[in-house]
Design a protein around this ligand. Structure first.
Ligand SMILES: [Zn+2]
Length: 304
């Protein structure tokens, strides 16, 4: 049973409170790589993120969650996805070993130093064309020409398996992402976020059915960890009830808390983003969690 906390803007005061309340795993989002062009204005730099691993690696399990969309600079052509003679400068080619080395070698080093214990890839930001995690699109670059998209992904799987500390994926539309990791792999799901109405969708998610079908069709098996998002939840008791539900419903192997503002004094969410979330979810809490409910951490501890 894993009790996980996701971190975008880590705040050690709130991380410590969570650990005291039974959180045993930190999922540290990593937007940067060493020496990239990130100035730290919005997402933490590599060095800032490194501090979190240094502080917590010997206290709880630390999972590094690299966001594999390139935010800060164009990729060299040799690493880019290509379609209809166009290079997509922020999207990777599935057969580029150079790209995988650039992206994953820094995490291999973290792992070998004992600073992180596993690596899970965040594929969510592939939401613009080409949606290589949700469509069966093949790369047309000179290296990939002549390969089917399935062979391209098999090539990628072979290269990723050289990094055994990479154990799964956040956000999965299709099986081929999951086929790149050890079997079973971790799947951190965002489809279970509880928003607005508070009904959640965990009961509708059909985990068992999906698991059985992925195993049968593609020989892919995953360990499912549902995410719960606190800010749009409209009440800490409702949120804690949902965690209790996720924790007690087999075959879930735990839960992870998604948070943007309530567990960090350093959140960079701006007014426009918050208003957008309010419009889509109907609610968004901006206060810190213990300002809303001074007993939150005592209650969380009781659940855990
Ligand atoms: Zn290619």
């Amino acid at each position: 049973m894993a009790k996980m906390l996701y971190l975008i803007w880590p705040d050690h005061v709130y991380i410590d409170k969570c650990i005291e309340a039974g959180i045993d795993t930190l999922i540290v989002a990593v937007y940067s790589l060493p020496g990239d062009k990130n100035t730290g204005n919005y997402f933490d730099t590599w060095e800032q993120t490194l501090d979190v691993f240094k502080r917590y690696h010997d206290k709880v399990k630390c999972i590094a969650l690299p966001v594999i969309y390139e935010f800060f600079e164009d990729l060299p052509e040799s690493q880019c996805f290509m379609q209809a003679n166009k290079y997509y400068r922020r999207s990777f080619c599935p057969t580029s070993e150079e790209h995988i080395k650039w992206r994953l070698d820094p995490f291999k080093e973290l792992y070998e130093k004992g600073l992180c214990h596993e690596v899970i890839l965040d594929t969510e930001h592939y939401t613009g064309a080409p949606m290589i995690y949700s469509e069966e699109v093949r790369c047309d670059c000179p290296r990939c020409a002549g390969m089917s998209w399935e062979d391209q992904w098999k090539t990628r799987a072979g290269m990723i398996k050289k990094y055994p500390m990479v154990t799964g994926q956040m956000w999965s539309h299709k099986w081929w992402g999951l086929s790149c990791y050890p079997n079973p792999s971790w799947l951190l799901s965002e489809e279970t976020y509880m928003v607005g109405s508070g009904e959640g969708c965990s009961t509708k998610f059909g985990y068992k059915r999906e698991q059985a079908s992925a195993k049968k069709k593609h020989n892919v098996k995953y360990r499912f960890i549902p995410g719960a998002w606190i800010e749009p939840c409209n009440g800490t008791d409702k949120f804690l009830d949902y965690l209790k539900y996720l924790k007690s419903n087999s075959p879930y192997e735990g839960y992870w808390i998604y948070t943007q503002k309530m567990f960090s004094r350093w959140s960079k969410m701006d007014k426009g983003q918050i208003e957008d979330f309010r419009k889509s979810s109907g609610f968004y809490e901006e206060r810190l969690v213990d300002e809303v409910d001074p007993n939150f951490f005592t209650k969380l501890k009781a659940i855990n």
